[in-house]
Design a protein around this ligand. Sequence first.
Ligand code: NAP
Length: 427
Amino acid sequence: MNSPLKIAIAGLGTVGGGVVKALTSRHAALAAQAGRGIEIVAVSARDTKKKRDFEVGNWVADPMALASGDADVVVELIGGEEGVARKLVEAALENGKHVVTANKALLAKHGKRLAELAEKNNLQLKFEAAVAGGIPVVSILREALIAHGVDAVKGILNGTCNYILTEMEVSGRGFAEVLKDAQAKGYAEADPTLDIGGGDTAHKLALLSSLAFGTAPDLANMKVEGIEQITAADIGFASEFGFRIKLLGVARQTSSGIDQRVHLAMVRARTPLANVDGAANGVVVDAGEAGSFFFSGRGAGEAPTASAVVSDIVEIARGSFGPVFGRPAASLKTLVPADSGAALSAYYLRFEVLDVPGVLAEIAGRLSEANVSIESMIQRGRAPGESVAIVMITHESPQYAVERALKAIAASDKVRARPCMIPMEAA
Ligand SMILES: NC(=O)c1ccc[n+]([C@@H]2O[C@H](COP(=O)([O-])OP(=O)(O)OC[C@H]3O[C@@H](n4cnc5c(N)ncnc54)[C@H](OP(=O)(O)O)[C@@H]3O)[C@@H](O)[C@H]2O)c1
């Protein structure tokens, strides 16, 4: 057998701990699969006194020292797009060490530059765990589904959001209450902003888009929306129309460029993405003539994420090398954004209106003026002089036409709140 691969791990939290446990408990099996042993030669984290549920030696106080130690691979599991994580990854690549990371924030922001640095020094920079946890979607886009190109990649990429939306649907409770419950159960962070605001999905989508379309990861040209505005009423109406509401990351090649967006979408019930429940993740890849493929599984947590990190380490141990984003980093193109306003979609619209004669005619008139036609409508109950909901599904229309109509409708004195507009996604 070849000499063992020496690895240094920075960060011993949820993911780092899982990696240590997997490498320790499956040491012999992984060595057999890699063709050589894998040895942890150094570890580092912030608090040396913290109680951890695994044994590990060779502590190094300063994680930066791992970049100049005798490891072949530095495994960065600290997190954050700047700070120590970024410095460590850069220093490791400059010092001739391969890097494995789960850090989507870092790669979404600095991916092209770091990939160029790795490739210039003939090193690997692997990040399977950065997107969709245990689902091997990075390898799928980088190595497997390449023969016919990719038309679109879309998915449920944030387990916290999907858990909240699923719970709201099952229990009929509102967003704030379900979020609080999710925090108590450990499904949402104390500061949930990055998850519920769509930022975490955006980081992952930037990486998927880059792998799919050969562009540098680009967060600037991405429309990002979170889930805070969703109401139990919208979830209920969606279900009446035969849909479920999901937070999707969607990257699509169009004739005018690449459309990247993170948004709430109506997904037809019984399609694969609609059936991704709770904290799970799901990804659909439309791979040209090869067809459409769907992958689902656990997108976060100790074991699924460690599974992806360990697969990267074993690939490096095997000497299985390729460019970081599936093509030379220097050739990654600048993303040309699509004219997203022109994109055609059907929409779910909800209006909170005063129940007075003529209100429905006014809404229908504004939609008609913008050439938006209505496919179906629900108006439930009567409350003369009070607020009621009118809900519609439109036929396919350009986004800007629907937005124009909604702006005019919102200006009416019969409309009590900002209209809600959710695109329908053919999953
Ligand atoms: N958790 C998941 O399910 C998941 C899934 C996919 C990707 N990821 C990514 O994986 C990475 C790690 O996430 P995690 O959930 O494992 O985080 P975590 O549980 O918060 O662990 C972070 C680790 O980094 C250490 N650390 C923090 N700041 C440090 C510093 N300045 N110097 C040295 N060590 C420092 C912490 O040390 P102490 O233990 O001493 O505090 C801890 O061991 C992130 O990039 C995250 O986005 C996580």
